[in-house]
Design a protein around this ligand. Structure first.
Ligand code: SF4
Length: 702
């Protein structure tokens, strides 16, 4: 901690990691961030986790990209083969003019030769709302189609699909802080102690006040220590378990008939659908006793105000949309939406995945989830943009774009701040695809695994070096401000995209990021009453109903934004995971994050404190499983699935079921996504990261 003599400047901004969106104050001395403190934001009230508090030093890491780079004519064949400390064999430094001219010429040449669909883009949930908006506009206006997406496809796309379908809006119905007004909460498929640590502090306080917490997860995640009920169910058995809980609520008459009649539709079909899902019939499938299923149903339904939180454990399945449909039905049948302490809250992962999705960085929606298929909506945007119409077809998603790259139909890509060579569900396939691209323009802060395949690299900024807004999991819009300048010649992402847009012939004239925000407001009702001026001093939760309203923490108290104002029950049937364990691959692999590391590791593995705590790729197995295999904790095991094989250090963890292995996905040297199953949910198009059949062997001769 510094006192007034220890620093030159102090800047208030937002943590760059998870969707909690903690407000922070950065103390800077001699152009370097010296310390980060939590300040009084609505989501964190001064609290920070280890990532926010100590994980900032990556921004000054010597690997930061400081100059535009162009692949050398005599570079080795593209592959995962570039040493970030020695780029010279592969890339040469260039001026901004040269790099941007070359990128623009390459993109325009592809468009003219092969059509606009030969170019696609991935934007980033780590960039600001304004940068996400500009990125989707770049593809839609510049190439006349909707083949633009970002990592929401890999996290909550299925949750959003179910929420849009049944509630009429993809965002949370209540802030997580509303747990202060709850007496019951469910946390399912989420590990907030590691993934949303500051939110977890509110959840712990809730239990200390006597709130009843139901934790449901195939892993015995950390919140189990605070749980009234820990339900450790079979991986992939979510729908059978949730339907059984709803069956009890119906059978015991615990549903809210008045709420159902006033605010919902399709209840009779849902009720009839649930009849066969008795606790006895579902118990063996989901691995939960009928007694516990009944207890959980009664606790949840008898709560005066019950909240449901969920994470990737729900969404990352081929039945992820069905999982979310069940949670929505559970809340609707008990009237637990739209009142204090009640609601539906998918905990968003990246710091701005909510905002990037709101800003239209998805292939099926323009900003504010307005359909690309609606002629009037497209016209409203092209009128503002001063440009021609673009495709009325939903675009391709992240994994579909990679497949089209592999097939040779997409020949050029612009990738801003995403790392699909680590995050794609079948990374070997993705890496092979990127090696085939005729032109790959990567805009990032480090030479990521994806940038290894680039032809042109544009050095960009961290969140601590930029101006704009971000929106957290609570729908809270907050200003970010630069605490330090980007290193060398690196620039803010919105400015780079603007320069590139001008060079491909677009009529962009932004000179300040506030101009982008003001343009967004023209077609985004969610930003009504939220102004750049207000955001200088306020955090505002959308929707904000008046020019002075701080925003609505709870929505849908009096109907839903669907055609008839009613939410809908969509019955969900049991769909087995795509791969069943068998004699060759007898165990189940699931993946996720660890407290200290963030996504593909590009930032946190360059943070001294965080990487010192978790320096090595590791997986977790039950101690009994390790004993049966003759493996000591700390020894190496080989994990093999139908996609590939990795060697990784094994840890003992009693919270893991005996037939499971948990693999964090932040480590390039043992990349979990070499193994994961790319099969996708048909609605949200999200891959089944949470379930793959795997074989585990001890690595001999260690
Ligand atoms: Fe940052 Fe999330 Fe930790 Fe808050 S909880 S400090 S937003 S990583």
């Amino acid at each position: 901690q510094g006192d007034s003599k220890d620093f030159d400047t102090e800047t208030e901004t937002v943590c760059p990691f998870c969707g909690v969106g903690c407000k922070v104050s950065l103390k800077v001395k001699d152009g370097k961030v010296k310390s980060v403190e939590g300040i009084n934001g609505p989501a964190n009230e001064g609290r920070l986790c280890v990532k926010g508090r100590f994980g900032f030093d990556y921004i000054h890491h010597p690997h930061r990209l400081t100059k535009p780079l162009i692949r050398r004519d005599d570079a080795p064949a593209k592959g995962l083969n570039v040493d970030p400390g020695n780029l010279g064999t592969h890339f040469r430094e260039a001026t901004w003019d040269e790099a941007l001219d070359l990128a623009a010429k390459g993109l325009v040449d592809l468009k003219e030769t092969h059509g606009g669909r030969s170019v696609a883009g991935f934007g980033s949930a780590k960039c600001t709302n304004e940068e996400a908006y500009l990125f989707q506009k770049f593809i839609r206006q510049g190439f006349k189609h909707n083949n633009v997406d970002h990592c929401t496809r890999l996290c909550h796309a299925s949750s959003v699909a179910a929420l849009m379908e049944n509630v009429g809006s993809g965002a949370v119905t209540a802030t997580f802080n509303q747990i202060e007004n709850s007496d019951v909460a469910i946390i399912i498929g989420s590990n907030p102690i590691e993934n949303h640590p500051v939110a977890a502090t509110y959840f712990k306080q809730f239990t200390k006040r006597g709130g009843k917490l139901i934790v449901m997860d195939p892993r015995g995640v950390g919140m189990r220590r605070f749980a009234t009920e820990m339900v450790q169910f079979r991986p992939g058995a979510d729908v059978s378990m949730l339907n059984a809980i709803m069956n009890v609520i119906v059978e015991e008459g615990l549903y809210d008939q008045a709420y159902i009649e006033k605010y919902t539709e399709n209840w009779e079909a849902q009720k009839a659908h649930l009849a066969p899902f008795t606790p006895e019939a579902m118990s063996e499938i989901c691995g939960v006793s009928p007694d516990q299923l009944r207890r959980v149903a009664r606790i949840y339904a008898n709560g005066k105000a019950s909240l449901i939180f969920w994470g990737m454990g729900i969404s990352q399945h081929i039945h992820g949309t069905d999982n979310s449909r069940c949670l929505i039905s559970l809340a609707l049948m008990t009237g637990n939406v739209g009142k204090p302490g009640a609601g539906l809250h998918p905990l968003r992962g990246q710091n701005n995945v909510q905002g990037a999705s709101d800003a239209g960085l998805v292939p099926m929606f323009l900003p504010d989830y307005q359909s690309v298929m609606d002629d009037g909506i497209r016209k409203a945007f092209t009128d503002v943009w001063g440009s021609d119409d673009f495709s009325n077809e939903k675009g391709l998603t992240v994994t579909e774009i990679v497949d089209q790259v592999y097939a040779g139909n997409i020949k050029g890509m612009y990738i801003q701040g995403e790392n699909p060579a680590m995050s794609d569900p079948d990374v070997e396939h993705a890496r092979d695809a990127f090696a085939k691209l005729e032109l790959l323009v990567v805009q990032d802060i480090f030479l990521t695994e994806t940038a290894n395949y680039a032809d042109i690299i544009l050095p960009a900024s961290t969140l601590y070096e930029k101006n704009g807004t971000v929106s957290n999991t609570n729908r809270q819009v907050q200003r970010v401000r630069p605490a330090v300048a980007p290193p060398g010649e690196a620039r803010e992402d919105w400015a780079i995209t603007t320069d590139l847009a001008q060079r491909i012939g677009l009529n962009w004239g932004y000179t300040d990021v506030s101009e982008v925000f003001n343009e967004m407001k023209l077609n985004m009702k969610s930003l009504n009453n939220i102004t750049w001026e207000r955001l200088k001093t306020e955090t505002i939760t959308y929707p904000s109903l008046t020019p002075t309203d701080p925003g609505q923490a709870i929505v849908f108290g009096d109907g839903f934004p669907r055609a008839d104002g009613r939410a809908k029950f969509t019955p969900a049937s049991v769909i087995a995971p795509d791969e069943a364990p068998d004699a060759e691959y007898p165990m189940i692999m699931t993946t996720g994050r660890q407290l200290e590391h963030w996504h593909t590791g590009s930032m946190t593995r360059r943070s001294l404190v965080l990487d010192a705590v978790e320096p090595e790729a590791n997986c977790s197995l039950n101690p009994k499983t390790l004993r049966q295999m003759g493996v000591e904790p700390g020894e190496m095991v080989r994990l093999t699935t139908r996609r590939g094989s990795i060697e990784i250090m094994a840890r003992a963890d009693r919270a893991i079921a005996e037939d499971m292995v948990f693999v964090p996905f932040a480590y390039v040297e043992a990349a979990a996504n070499v193994l994961t199953n790319p099969a996708i949910d048909p609605y949200g198009k999200i891959p089944e990261f949470k379930f793959a059949a795997v074989r585990i062997e001890k690595v001999e001769g260690q």
